[in-house]
Design a protein around this ligand. Sequence first.
Ligand code: HEM
Length: 502
Amino acid sequence: MELHNPFSNIIFMLSFLILLVLFKIVKRWSFNNSTTKLPPGPWELPLIGNLHQIISRSLPHHRFKILADKYGPLMHLKLGEVPYIIVSSPEIAKEIMKTHDLTFSDRPNLLLATILTYNATDVIFSKYGERWRQLRKICVVELLSAKRVQSFRSTREDEVSNLATSITASEGSIVNLTHKIFSMTYGITTRAAFGKRSKHQQSFKSAVEEIVSLLGGICIVDLYPSIKLLQCVSRAKAKMEKLHKEIDMILQDIIDDHKSIHKEDSNEEYLVDVLLKIQQENYHSQHPLTDDNIKSIIQDIFDAGTETSSTTVLWAISEMVKNPKVMEEAQAEVRRVFDRKGFVDETELHQLIYLKSVIKETMRLHPTVPLLLPRESRERCQINGYEIPAKTRVMVNAWAIGRDPRYWVDAESFKPERFVNSPIDFKGTDFEYIPFGAGRRMCPGIAFALPNVELPLASLLYHFDWKLPNKMKNEELDMTESFGITAGRKHNLCLIPITRRL
Ligand code: HEM
């Protein structure tokens, strides 16, 4: 009866909130007085934890760096009801991805990724275990090996040559390089995965772009996994289910197509053919490769491989436009190496020492996956005397680590020279530089990615000089990052090409 009185309702709510806050204080106090304690972190509010400190106008990796400057390189946060640790120094990154790599080798259950990847049975989002090991081995040994990547050399050269031709046709006018580079990378990946035969190229490309953008958003359902009702009302879930259906149909159609070609013993072997062959060979094994597995691996290659490589090319060009001396030196090198041939191909890429340093410096300042991919602890563990409970999600801020002034002189400046004659590499052993991650879950696609970045850059520098439109000065080029799992340019890169070599 009393609860119908509005004042009683307010008093009831207030009492509940006060009790909740008291409970939190007591819990935190007793935790801090026990033998183990969580890493430091900002004060949490009831129900939302630290969400209010993250959801702001700046991007999550920027916010995490500001908070880490205050609370330290191993920081505890609660986002919704989920505990997180944020790693912001090379030393702690090494603890997570080397010393305790096995403990942190799981990926969390994320709703949208699970829908997309046939219940997280792909490589990127699956839990650590026998199945993941099997799929990862197929990727490393069969699909993304140096030998396999080499077999697609003429495809890359062809697509990059088409890119140069289409830019030459726009000589003197504004070219949207963002569109052109993305379309070229899709072209290379599609041809490597399916050959030229896909009639679904455009719808597939749009679906993948939408998927990457959906995966990059903050999904409230993942922050309150205990509230199942949220799933029922999630618009993002409904959207992802629709996209998944769409992409599943396209991929199944392509697979069926290739199954019939396979029977006729075609000489061409694309990634889908390699997977179908493994499926046939392993038909009676304990873990046969299903059609769904094949579709999820192919999808991984598109999701992980296209936006990342394109974004790196675009950041490299942007930084060179902003730093004309670097652009001149890179152009001089590329033209010196390829002038005798008169065109750019992959045979001489190993000679482009300066361009490779430009790419490394680009990935230091603009790691395309700035927080790597989330991991989750499989059991409790101690790091630097702090307790990390089981099922804690982990974000490694590769963006902040690449700007750590203890490791990088003049850390905020674009200086490719720092990598010339430097042994520091992105292979996962130098923890101050981890654009591809490190440890068991490190990116297996480096060999596939590098020529997709080096070849188009060499070609764009060889054939053209680049001017900003509307008499804009170099230093005025906008470098704002976009929000998402990959941090690309927020605005398209539009430049005017001037042909120097036909
Ligand atoms: C410039 C290009 C690329 C960058 C910067 C990049 C970066 C990354 C990063 C940071 C991770 C997470 C690592 C971790 O959790 O420690 C990752 C994972 C992954 N990448 Fe890449 N990547 C690139 C290109 C590619 C390409 C071209 C492919 C495939 C063709 C690929 C396939 C994958 C896969 C399958 C995973 C998941 C690995 C696992 O969980 O076991 N990546 N990548």
